[in-house]
Design a protein around this ligand. Structure first.
Ligand code: PXP
Length: 247
């Protein structure tokens, strides 16, 4: 069994930098440390409002990332053009609202294929693998496959926020969506709201190949350092993958 891949989202480093308009802390340096600690992918979100990651960060990361660079973006003309030019290894289409604190909910793909499919095609034509960030919903998985995506990233935010039966139900939805993705030949990733505890049940899902995690790793890095925070997450994921009973 392959180890679940870890993509580390370094947006928060840029958020801190932008809050004071300084040159530091540098998300590019953070990305290098994450890779040295074993991260399999570096993820950044170039938002329309440029609240954290800047175009310059993306361009430098394209040259420095040694693993894989995953660019999260909305179906926005300006950012799509930049993506096609910079050509990250992976582009993840996400919904974006200006007022939100972070990405809220998955992309509505089902019923909006006429909007999403051309954006996917543009990225594919530029040689970029495309992932769609969707809620754990079978119809969304099937619509993602119809749009030409090679990967889905299942939104785990509602799972992370809920408790008890609601959490168990959400986990079941995630597992079913992952199964459907695998059945359709899609790579399956997951992410949002995952931390050092709630990540365990997700890792026990044999269909999930990759996780994208930002907030919890960056928060821990404040106290233990970036490399240690990434290493600890990889350790928790590996242990859970091997020992947690699959549900
Ligand atoms: N995956 C996607 C598509 C996201 O937008 C985010 C947040 O930027 C994450 C994963 C990571 O979420 P978190 O910061 O809660 O770990």
């Amino acid at each position: 069994m392959n180890r679940i891949r870890l993509g580390v989202n370094v947006d928060h480093v840029a958020t801190l930098r932008q809050s004071r308009g300084t040159r530091y802390p540098d998300p590019v340096l953070a990305a290098g440390l994450c890779e040295m600690a074993g991260a399999d992918q570096i993820t950044v979100h170039l938002r329309e409002d440029r609240r954290h990651i800047q175009e310059r960060d993306l361009r430098i990361l394209r040259q420095t990332v040694q693993t894989e660079l995953n660019l999260e973006l909305a179906t926005n003309e300006d950012v799509l053009n930049i993506a096609c030019e910079v050509r990250p290894d992976l582009a993840t289409l996400v919904p974006e609202r200006r007022q939100e604190l972070t990405t809220e909910g998955g992309l509505a793909v089902s019923g909006r294929e006429a909007l999403i499919a051309p954006a996917v095609q543009r990225l594919v034509d530029a040689g970029i693998r495309v992932s769609l960030f969707i809620n754990p919903d079978i119809a969304e998985v099937q619509a993602s496959a119809r749009c030409g995506a090679r990967q889905i990233e299942i939104h785990t935010g509602f799972y992370a926020e809920s408790k008890g039966t609601a959490r168990a139900n959400e986990l079941a939805r995630i597992l079913a969506a992952a199964d459907e993705g695998a059945r359709l030949g899609l790579s399956v990733a997951a992410g949002h709201g995952l931390d050092y505890t709630n990540v365990r049940a997700i890792c026990a899902c044999p269909r999930i190949e990759e996780l994208n995690i930002g907030h919890s790793i960056m928060a821990r890095a404040f106290f233990v350092g970036m490399k240690e925070a990434v290493r600890e997450m990889i350790d928790v994921m590996t242990m859970a993958q091997n020992h947690e009973p699959a549900r």
